[in-house]
Design a protein around this ligand. Structure first.
Ligand code: CO8
Length: 265
């Protein structure tokens, strides 16, 4: 991939826009195993905010490249911080830009996805992992607990007993086990991780974007609302889609036995 299209010259986060309707976002801080310092998170937030509003981007791949996804929060930056300093960093604002991105996000994970790196992967909708990928929430070993959803999203993804084992021991979980417990959507050969994620993103990008955004919004709410409220939300969203041109196109294409051409309207 050619990640030349940087947001600025010193960027730790690079974006490749060369694939139609897909943005490939890559963290590039190899000297620190892609540790998520404030600057990395700022740039990620900035890019995800931009992509959220980019009408020509229908799906996003988030990766750390071929060797490491992210080895967590930057421990050097946190070592001497006080509680007040940590609070005033307001890092939730950076994370929210990713969590609230309405487009489908696919994480392509090779190597370590630890601490904040595992939490970052869990901000995605789909996780593709190379065989060498290693997931973990080792915060407890450095005297803290996860601070970007590790106790919440992990719990919801894999359930109490797998989550507690990871959280309380800091154990490193290899890709095949992560797949088995439901933390990963698909495992590939390492050299196919990013390609697999991009292929999936390209396929998703061809689908009707309004329906995809409704799907993401409604599905993510399912974790937080009572079943009846979730079902009502789903029903309303389903009904709303009958006002889109793409719904008519999808139905007509099926009836006319041809490929649909979605316009995003
Ligand atoms: N922070 C800062 N620097 C790091 C980090 C990190 N998390 N991880 C690696 N590095 C640096 C190393 O210090 C080293 O730098 P240098 O060459 O200057 O000494 C360089 O990257 C290479 O690392 P290693 O030599 O250690 O490489 P190894 O292959 O031997 O080991 C590991 C790789 C296993 C990933 C190891 O580096 C490691 O254990 N890293 C720390 C993992 C960790 O504990 N992560 C959790 C951090 S706490 C956290 O994420 C809290 C999240 C809270 C909210 C989210 C905020 C983002």
């Amino acid at each position: 991939m050619d990640f030349t299209n940087k947001i600025n010259d010193s960027a730790y986060v690079q974006v490749d826009y060369s694939i139609a309707q897909v943005a490939v976002v890559k963290i590039h801080r190899p000297e620190a195993k892609n540790a998520l310092n404030t600057q990395v998170r700022k740039e990620l937030a900035q890019i995800f905010s931009t992509l959220s509003f980019a009408d020509d981007i229908h799906a996003i791949v988030l990766t750390g490249g071929d060797h490491v996804f992210a080895a967590g929060a930057d421990l050097k930056e946190m070592a001497t911080a006080s509680s007040t300093e940590m609070m005033l960093r307001h890092t939730e604002r950076y994370w929210n830009a990713i969590a609230q991105c309405p487009k489908p996000v696919i994480a392509a994970v090779n190597g370590y996805a630890l601490g904040g790196g595992c939490e970052l992967a869990m901000h995605a909708d789909i996780i593709i992992a190379g065989k060498s990928a290693i997931f973990g929430q080792p915060e407890i070993k450095v005297g803290v607990i996860p601070g970007a959803g590790g106790t919440q999203r992990l719990f919801r993804a894999v359930g109490k007993f797998h989550a507690m084992r990871m959280l309380m021991t800091g154990v490193m979980v290899p890709a095949d086990e992560a797949y088995r417990i439901g933390l990963v959507s698909q495992v590939t050969e390492d050299d196919q991780t990013i390609a697999t994620a991009i292929k999936m993103a390209e396929n998703i990008a061809k689908l009707p974007p309004i329906a995809l955004q409704q799907l993401k919004e409604v599905a993510l709410w399912s974790e937080d609302v009572p079943l009846q409220a979730g079902l009502a939300l789903e029903r309303k969203s389903f009904q709303l889609l009958f006002s889109t041109e793409d719904q008519k196109e999808g139905a007509n294409a099926f009836l006319e036995k041809r490929r649909p051409h979605y316009s995003g309207k």
